[in-house]
Design a protein around this ligand. Structure first.
Ligand SMILES: Cc1cc2nc3c(=O)[nH]c(=O)nc-3n(C[C@H](O)[C@H](O)[C@H](O)COP(=O)(O)OP(=O)(O)OC[C@H]3O[C@@H](n4cnc5c(N)ncnc54)[C@H](O)[C@@H]3O)c2cc1C
Length: 415
């Protein structure tokens, strides 16, 4: 077992080589064993029946195709459950791209809740007890500590944690989503926000997830015996999300323009993308705030970006730069004589703020900002605007489009 204080990027690798090594070790377990055992939570540092690749997939240090190629080659149809989970990630990303206001509405709700916490003592006390892991609910308090220490919770534990937060502790789902997001090593705006909404009964409307004490005892091998869990789910009263809109327009890279390649935490393996192979890259850059990163997610970002910068600089045989702020990217582009800055498609979430800061200065300098949308997302996102089933039906086709020849049938539906 890894020392818990080092367990984030050690147990959840984010450099490409380390993630590929973890993938290699996991592939034999990704078939029937995964389908049978993926929901069992064996405890801190013992999450070996799942891939622990989410921190790498979130940053695309490894891509969905990297991961599914060996899994399908070894397990074929028996990999259906694992394939399904990887597509849940794709689905949530596509869904949030189609309804970006769901993210902004959460940020607005959090601003209002922060004011409310200053006025409402009872709410503030319940919230503080949850954050300290001092609610008296054994499993919840343990999971809060595990999350703090390691930056990770098993998927099934995340579902129980979110359910207890919302329905037993009576806390707003947005505060829970933020508490988890700022601690996770794999923090992802789409998967996190929409999973919390799914548990709350706001994603699949009216269908909430209610944690059950006996099931928790069973699935954790008797480690926990929680008492006092809610027996009914009071679904928050929220208007329906807006209708889906087309994904934000992006400018695709020009193949013949001198380029500054900007690597962000949304795509850390641009050098593996065939569509970018012929780019005329003059230099590569990452945005890297000075000092020690605080928190598991920031540590993972730093490790993934450092690795991606070195790989891309080696691949194109060019200089590597770091800048403390995205606003300075335009000056660097001018300095190296770039006519465009190219990055991977930046998804809804905090990454878009950095993109906008860069865009303002680039526009002023007359330098283009192009974002490369991977074929995987371009093919899947149009099917991610409704419920998961609509996308699930298309998985065999999507795998075919990605050049993955073994087509598993749809697996089980729950995230
Ligand atoms: C309340 C809640 C919050 C969550 N927040 C995040 C988050 O911020 N970032 C994140 O990557 N995942 C999130 N998830 C999804 C899931 O818990 C993690 O992706 C998974 O636990 C990661 O462990 P793993 O890599 O071993 O997964 P595996 O079981 O090995 O699955 C393989 C890959 O499939 C994807 N995946 C698996 N389950 C899901 C799922 N339910 N939804 C979306 N993608 C999935 C991940 O990319 C994962 O790496 C959340 C789930 C819940 C219930």
């Amino acid at each position: 077992m890894t020392d818990p204080s080092r367990a984030d990027v050690a147990d959840h690798p984010v450099t490409r080589d380390a993630a590929l090594a973890r993938l290699n070790a996991f592939v034999p377990l990704a078939g029937a064993a995964y389908a049978k055992g993926r929901n069992a939570d064996h405890g801190t540092g013992r999450h070996d029946s799942v891939s622990r690749l989410s921190a790498a997939l979130r940053r695309r240090s490894v891509t969905e195709i990297d991961v599914l190629t060996p899994v399908l080659a070894q397990h074929g149809h028996d990999a259906a459950a694992f394939v399904n989970e990887v597509f849940w990630r794709t689905y949530f990303k596509g869904w949030l791209e189609a309804r970006p206001d769901t993210w902004h509405a959460m940020l607005r709700a959090l601003a209002a809740l922060d004011s409310q916490l200053l006025r409402d003592d009872a709410l503030a006390k319940r919230h503080a007890a949850a954050l300290r892991g001092q609610t008296g609910i054994d499993c919840f308090d343990h999971w809060m500590g595990e999350l703090d220490q390691t930056g990770y919770l098993h998927n099934w534990a995340r579902m129980q944690f979110a359910s207890i937060w919302i329905f037993t502790l009576g806390l707003p789902w947005e505060l829970g989503a933020r508490a988890m997001f700022v601690r996770l090593v794999d923090a992802d705006p789409a998967s996190n926000t929409l999973s919390w909404r799914w548990v709350a009964g706001l994603h699949t409307r009216g269908k909430a997830y209610l944690a059950d004490a006996a099931l928790i005892a069973h699935m954790t091998g008797g480690r926990f015996a929680p008492v006092g869990l809610a027996t009914r789910a009071a679904i928050p009263d929220e208007p329906l999300p807006p209708a889906a809109i087309p994904p934000r327009d992006v400018i695709e890279p020009a193949p013949d323009a001198p380029t500054l390649l900007w690597i962000t935490p949304d795509d850390c393996a641009l050098e593996t993308e065939p569509a970018l192979a012929s780019l005329i890259v003059r230099a590569v850059v990452i945005v890297d705030a000075n000092g020690d990163p605080a928190g598991h997610g920031a540590r993972a970002d730093r490790a993934a970006l450092d690795d991606a910068l070195a790989r891309a600089a080696g691949h194109w045989n060019v200089a590597a730069f770091r800048t403390p702020d995205a606003g300075a990217i335009a000056a660097l582009a001018q300095e190296i004589g770039a006519a465009q800055v190219v990055t991977g498609r930046v998804a809804v979430g905090p990454g878009l703020d950095a993109l906008d800061r860069a865009r303002t200065a680039l526009d002023a300098a007359g330098i283009g900002l192009a974002e490369h949308l991977r074929a995987w997302d371009a093919a899947a996102w149009p099917h991610a605007t409704r419920g998961y089933y609509a996308l699930r039906k298309t998985i065999p086709n999507l795998l075919g489009v990605a050049g993955l020849s073994v087509l598993p049938p749809p697996g089980e539906p729950l995230p």
